[in-house]
Design a protein around this ligand. Sequence first.
Ligand SMILES: Cc1cc2nc3c(=O)[nH]c(=O)nc-3n(C[C@H](O)[C@H](O)[C@H](O)COP(=O)(O)OP(=O)(O)OC[C@H]3O[C@@H](n4cnc5c(N)ncnc54)[C@H](O)[C@@H]3O)c2cc1C
Length: 285
Amino acid sequence: MRDAPGVTLLSGETVVAQDVSGSGVTVTLASGRQLSAGLLVGCDGRGSGVATRAGIKRVGWRYGQTALVTAVWHERDHGGVAQQFFMPSGPLAILPLKGGHHSSIVWSESAEVAEAIQALPDDAYLEALRPRFGDFLGEIALAGARFTYPLSLSLAERFIAPRVALVGDAAHGVHPIAGQGLNLGLRDVAALAEVLILARRRGEEPGAPVALEEYQRWRRFDATSLALGMDVVNRVFSTDNPLLRLGRDLGMGLVSSMPGLRRGFIRQAAGLTGELPKLLAGKPI
Ligand SMILES: Cc1cc2nc3c(=O)[nH]c(=O)nc-3n(C[C@H](O)[C@H](O)[C@H](O)COP(=O)(O)OP(=O)(O)OC[C@H]3O[C@@H](n4cnc5c(N)ncnc54)[C@H](O)[C@@H]3O)c2cc1C
């Protein structure tokens, strides 16, 4: 990307303003520099200034959960396998890192409990983690800085505006329970590239309304349905309601016993279902 022809990478710059005219869009950087193009792609995260400046509103809600994130060293090799444990207060995901003996954790707790855990010194934090983590990887130790992220759902009401398209979390911030945030963003980028290239072949310029509408039609349903699906999964898995737990356990048992259904879920989690953009299917556009 850095070396792609026609690409100039500016780092350490912040976009502070954008101005759309009939023929293009101009952004102003904090340094005062201005850049103009036919289309502005907002990939500036769930607090997207591009979306706000384009008048795109957001809908969503907080989960009352906060994710504690850090890296952990463990005695046994993780074998490249990710684990997720579901607890009433929220899931604990253990995600393998390079080398076999380190994993990153995304440990969701109610906001108050997470705040209290984050305030603990390292040894007490580790003691709180240990019973949740279990001993399947042997001894554990903290191996990285500790962060917290309040969890929320944040969906842009529209993914496009004149001369503007939103991708990634700028369009849809979802619960991390199924690790789908990055997948969704990659699908947006691949779909937008495909739509724009096909539009150019038809003789349309980047930012043409027809192409942007096509992008929105393609991506908004997929992203919104997945975001709401993750919302339901979180509610069903982060509960100690006995009825919901029974329904969930029966459902999980059913999925495990039906290989076809299980493969379907695995394909969904890997982002391989729905109308896959060509780039994600490994095909040229
Ligand atoms: C705790 C947690 C765990 C997660 N776990 C997973 C997981 O396991 N798997 C997964 O797929 N996803 C996961 N996600 C989601 C994933 O992190 C996001 O979906 C992904 O980072 C979104 O990428 P993005 O580029 O759209 O936005 P971001 O990563 O938010 O990047 C936006 C960028 O825009 C920049 N920016 C913002 N404003 C401006 C401005 N005015 N000018 C210039 N630059 C600006 C920011 O500095 C930032 O670099 C997790 C999220 C959380 C919170």
